[in-house]
Ligand binder design. Structure first.
Ligand SMILES: N[C@@H](CCC(=O)N[C@@H](CS)C(=O)NCC(=O)O)C(=O)O
Length: 289
């Protein structure tokens, strides 16, 4: 081995050691919903430890890009408490008039429960030097919101992913045999739209979905695309809690019409955005495997 290559090896080993010890030391703490609701300062977002619930994971990534420190809050699970018989989400409903994950509190403001409001808040409270995720240019902003909506809003990619098969969650999102049968085609249509955009952008010399800079569309898309394209553990580590979910996501990506629409370009963009702009390996809490 030459002196140079052994030096390079030592440096890369040192970097890896640092990354591993960073990841190890970043064991996140979670406060309870009641504690979060009582706080009058800080940005508090609900999570399930060990579980990259997609909208929560995406909001975490958005806040990371915007340099917003987060206080993590335990999102109460669906169902009833075995001991008291009470609805575990009653307090969440009382505070937010809904139960979906994540909810976001900031200082003493009203809670935000929907991605479009959470994004606007993050853009407003982000660090001054952080990237603008909603372009000033209205034409580009329309593109960013349009792309986000076909991924995150009703009847978008994630919505349709949730009704691919029947489950209590699918029932909440309007599962029916007909809707479920149409879902893979709709997921594939969104994938083709994203791929077409990335191809056109590549032609213009841009690695981003809109314009020449990272936007909310890149961060949301790169995160939500995990539901059909699971990144490696260096980006999304395995935990006892997410093992089943990641397996399910990988299976979604194997449904023929979806597999046919997934491209190397989509994969490259996902990996680039997550590893360049977001915290990786993702810090999830829970029980790492
Ligand atoms: N409310 C969010 C979406 C978050 C969401 O749909 N979360 C789902 C899981 S993927 C959920 O928690 N659903 C259960 C519920 O609404 O109680 C939004 O529209 O931005």
């Amino acid at each position: 081995m030459t002196q140079q290559s052994s030096l390079a090896k030592m440096v890369s080993f040192a970097i890896r050691e640092k990354q591993m010890s960073d990841a190890g030391s970043r064991v996140p703490e979670f406060v309870s919903l009641d504690e979060a609701a009582a706080m009058k300062t800080g940005t508090r977002v609900t999570f399930i430890p060990g579980m990259p619930a997609l909208y929560a994971e995406a909001l975490k990534n958005i806040c990371y890009v915007k340099g917003i420190p987060l206080i993590r809050v335990l999102h109460p699970m669906m169902g009833v408490d075995k001991e008291t018989g009470e609805d575990r989400q009653a307090r969440l409903y009382e505070l937010t008039s809904q139960t979906s994950i994540p909810t976001m509190f900031h200082d003493a403001e009203r809670p935000r429960n929907v991605w479009i409001e959470q994004l606007a808040l993050a853009e407003r409270i982000g660090a001054p030097a952080s990237p603008k995720l909603l372009p000033d240019n209205f034409e580009q902003r329309a593109e960013v919101f349009g792309l986000c909506a076909v991924v995150l809003a009703e009847d978008g990619l994630v919505w349709n992913m949730r009704i691919l098969s029947d489950s209590p969650l699918a029932q909440k999102y309007g599962y029916s045999e007909a809707a479920s049968a149409a879902a893979p085609g709709k997921v594939a249509e969104v994938l083709s739209l994203i791929d077409g955009r990335l191809a056109a952008q590549e032609q213009r010399g841009s690695r981003y979905l809109v314009g020449n800079a990272v936007s909310a569309a890149d961060v949301y898309w790169a995160t939500m695309s995990m539901c059909v394209l699971v990144p490696p553990p260096q980006i999304m580590p395995l935990t006892r809690q997410n093992k089943g979910m990641l397996k399910y996501f990988a299976m979604n990506g194997q449904i023929p019409v979806i597999a046919g629409a997934l491209t190397a370009r989509i994969e490259r963009h996902q990996r680039y955005i997550l590893s360049t702009y977001c915290e990786t390996p993702a810090v999830l809490g829970g029980d790492p495997l």
